[in-house]
Design a protein around this ligand. Structure first.
Ligand SMILES: [Zn+2]
Length: 91
């Protein structure tokens, strides 16, 4: 993905960080982008999903569930980076 204003290319790291805080700022021209509400909702549902099954997961995996959840969060961020879109923030 590149900046619409100055064509500066965003690094993969910037995009991963943007997924976790739902906003992206161009380092070059300071243009702000945000993740649209629909994508924000999808990402938060993905993050929250294992919480609904935590009782069952803890029964099966015991305290390893914490490590598994961390791994799951990394996977969610990586998957999100494939489909997420950013829109320009009106200032
Ligand atoms: Zn820019």
């Amino acid at each position: 993905m590149t900046c619409a204003k100055c064509k500066q290319k965003f690094s993969y790291k910037d995009i991963l960080k943007a997924i976790m805080c739902y906003k992206l700022i161009c380092k070059n021209c300071k243009k702000k982008y945000k993740v649209p509400a629909l994508y924000r909702l999808t990402i938060s549902i993905l993050f929250a999903l294992p919480v609904f099954f935590q009782i069952y997961l803890i029964n099966i995996f015991s305290y390893y569930v914490i490590i598994m959840y961390l791994g799951y969060c990394i996977v969610v961020v990586l998957i999100s980076s494939l489909f997420v879109k950013f829109i320009e923030e009106q200032s």
